[in-house]
Design a binder for this molecule. Structure first.
Ligand code: ARG
Length: 717
């Protein structure tokens, strides 16, 4: 039985979906069933077992979760790891000072003894994946309310997870797929000694910075290198001098032959989130509420940060990661809204919904299940709109005013101080915990910058939200400060124990309940917290109908498209996408080639703009055509485009040829298809990658760290 089904699926897939072979973030255990035949036709030379196998080494053993939210890959038998520069960015920043500014100047460990430890950084390998839908749902009865169903599934998942890894050092997690219609259990192995090995200066690794971000043609060498260490027994261990480089089950060979248009390309990695099944009302929410909010608030903050960063190198280093994180999804939101409008995304969704409506009402028994799905979705989105908007604004505004972030962290301490039964031991523990948080927090905190941000954002929020929607502290501004926000903010900072590390530490030496709860920053943070809880509760009241309708909508779409092969939305689990190296036309009469070269770096050079400075050494190598074995017919390749389907979280993912050899490192998407997380754009959606030859050229020729290239397995044909 099963065989026949699989056969039919493959046949359907070949005939129905060939043109769409580039869309889809596929799950590894299902590749053989769903995609293998097509992939083989397109140029894959590996067997499904060589890509994913839980008993023998396979490609998946070289692909890791880097930190929280990026992908990395192992590229040597000694645990050398490659990821993006923008993925290593906060770590590079953490090792940087004005004396050793590795962000500006790059860093290269010339031997293993020079590699730098990174407390808190983890690298996680996938051990196995199993579908658990049937066993999980066998314990869930149909008459539960949707929210009870979700809660029960969470409880059952947790016990399944702990059973799966009992007696091992592995970690397990059950993830929902297709809007909670299917479930898979993932087992992971997490390593905690990961050292910084090398990174080019930002003038290569982040060349073009914000101006070029989310754009093609691109000329960024967006890579950095780390190394995974294990205990002497090969198992995960915290940092120790005795640890040894990881002996991986698999490492990716590097292919230097280069790419051509039409070449097969596949990417394995950890895409974070897509919303391909979102209904039209959800797209409207993005377009009208959440994106405009984010664009507005971040725009105001970024302008203030940038000014202070440009004026002082110390602040520049301090705020580098905060700025980059903020601006990345600020620009994303601008691009997404542009894409939603230009590409008619809402119309596409409405057409789908009309088809769904017709299908759902065609049979009485179908109508019984699916008849209310669309009206429920519309109802839920309409009723939550205002609350979703305010909740998001509260986050964007009051998490950007950093003093409130640290003040909010004292909530636990306040509870302990209020509790007359809590002993000295617990109190000391809470104080100690806050001291630890404070050390990290104030290392990246500049008081005058934060005061400016607070003044601007408190005022912006005031103007964006009706009085009833605002946290209660705003009425204080009116009553005690005659509506003068600047004065209120000045008073808050001058009186708060959270405005400097010294003040906070002094308080923690002799913590007094009254001082804490009367602290103006603490009080504002509490007031914001109350408003957040209120808005969350309002949204919660729409969730029952919303969650049920989303699950049934996605299930219905799949039922309706019988025979078609569906892939689940990204959810931070490992996926594979396949496609080809390809060019595109971004607009009428405009053509973009599929690769860029070092010549383009020289063309973009602008010494008056920090985003486009070119290092002297790079210019010298360029002038002398000194590309070594990494050049191609007299030029140096830099980046290229493919039509693979990736999203945030895929950053740092390997781009592989049909033999599973590394040809590039994925790092971005393109401006013309920024709504691609909602609807994949077949003609114009691209993955932007650094050519692996540029990566090796920078390591070897630019940095003189050829010993790292010597570790790799190089294939020249
Ligand atoms: N857009 C890229 C991504 O989300 C990040 C690029 C980082 N560069 C920057 N200038 N912020 O993966």
């Amino acid at each position: 039985m099963k065989r026949i089904n699989i056969f039919l699926l493959v046949v359907f897939f070949l005939f129905n979906l060939r043109a769409k072979a580039d869309e889809g973030m596929w799950m590894l255990p299902l590749l053989e069933e769903l995609n293998y035949a097509t992939m083989k036709k397109m140029g894959l030379e590996l067997s499904p077992e060589q890509i994913y196998n839980i008993n023998h080494s396979s490609l998946k053993d070289a692909i890791v979760i880097f930190g929280r939210g990026c992908t990395g890959e192992i590229i040597s038998p000694d645990g050398l790891l490659l990821t993006n520069h923008h993925c290593g960015f906060d770590l590079i920043q953490s090792h940087s000072t004005t004396e050793h500014n590795y962000l500006n100047n790059g860093f290269w460990a010339m031997g293993k003894d020079e590699e730098l430890p990174n407390p808190g950084l983890t690298v996680t390998f996938l051990v196995s994946v199993h579908e658990v839908t049937d066993s999980l749902l066998s314990g869930v009865s149909d008459d539960l309310s949707e929210l009870d169903r979700i809660r029960l599934i969470e409880t059952l998942s947790a016990s399944m997870e702990s059973k799966a890894v009992a007696g091992t050092h592995f970690k397990a997690r059950v993830y929902p797929f297709f809007d909670r219609n299917r479930f898979f259990l993932f087992v992971y192995e997490e390593f905690t000694d990961v050292r910084f090995v090398g990174a080019p200066p930002s003038s290569i690794g982040n060349f073009g910075d914000e101006t070029d971000n989310w754009m093609w043609p691109r000329h960024t060498g967006d890579f950095s290198l780390f190394r995974v260490y294990t205990g002497p027994d090969g198992k995960p261990a915290p940092y120790s001098k005795e640890n040894i480089p990881l002996k991986p089950r698999h490492h990716l060979p590097v292919n230097l032959k280069g790419i051509e248009k039409g070449d097969f390309a596949m990417i394995l990695g950890y895409p974070g989130r897509t919303n391909r099944y979102i209904p039209s009302w959800g797209v409207e929410e993005l377009l009208e509420v959440t994106n405009p909010n984010r664009i507005k608030v971040r725009g105001i903050r970024q302008e203030i940060l940038k000014q202070d960063m440009l004026a002082d190198e110390k602040i520049d280093i301090m705020y580098a990661t905060k700025y980059a994180r903020s601006s990345n999804y600020w620009k994303y939101s601008i691009g997404q809204n542009r894409g939603i409008k230009r590409l008619g995304v809402i119309d596409t969704k409405r057409e789908k919904e009309q088809a769904f409506d017709k299908w759902a009402n065609a049979l009485p028994e179908r109508q019984l299940v699916y008849g209310n799905v669309l009206s429920d979705l519309q109802w839920a989105y309409t009723n939550r709109k205002q609350h979703v908007g305010n909740l998001q604004l509260l986050g964007e505004v009051f998490r950007s005013t950093e003093i409130l972030v640290i003040a909010q962290q004292a909530e636990e301490l306040a509870k302990t101080l209020a509790d007359s039964k809590a002993g000295k031991e617990i109190l000391d523990k809470k104080c100690e915990a806050l001291k630890n948080v404070a050390a990290g927090f104030y290392a990246e905190f500049n008081l005058p910058t934060d005061i400016k941000v607070s003044k601007a954002l408190f005022a912006a929020y005031y103007n964006m939200v009706e009085p009833a929607g605002r946290p209660a502290f705003y009425s204080n501004i009116d009553s005690k400060f005659k509506g003068n926000i600047e004065k209120f903010v000045d008073a808050m900072y001058s009186k708060s124990i959270f405005s400097s590390e010294e003040k906070l530490l002094a308080f923690l030496d002799k913590p007094v309940y009254k001082t804490l709860v009367n602290d103006p920053a603490f009080a504002v943070a509490r007031s914001v917290g109350e408003k957040r809880r209120e808005e969350s509760a309002a949204i919660e009241s729409t969730m029952e109908r919303f969650e049920l309708a989303r699950r049934l909508f996605t299930r219905g779409l799949i039922e309706m498209g019988e025979g078609k092969v569906f892939y689940p939305d990204a959810n931070s689990t490992m996926r594979l996408t396949y496609g080809t190296v390809s060019d595109y036309s971004p607009a009428d009469a405009v053509y973009y080639n599929y690769y860029t070269t070092l010549t383009g770096v020289m063309e973009k050079e602008d010494n008056t703009n920090p985003e486009f400075i070119v290092p002297e050494k790079l210019k010298e190598l360029y002038r002398n055509n000194n590309f070594g074995r990494y050049g191609a017919n007299g030029y140096m390749p830099v980046c290229f485009t493919t039509n693979n389907d990736i999203t945030g979280g895929n950053s740092g993912s390997p781009v592989l040829n049909g033999r599973g050899e590394l040809i590039g490192l994925a790092f971005d998407g393109n401006w013309e298809a920024m709504s691609g997380d909602i609807v994949f754009e077949n003609e114009i959606q691209k993955t932007i990658s650094v050519d692996i030859r540029y990566v090796l050229f920078v390591i070897d020729k630019f940095a003189g760290a050829g010993h790292l290239v010597d570790e790799m397995t190089i294939i020249e044909q």
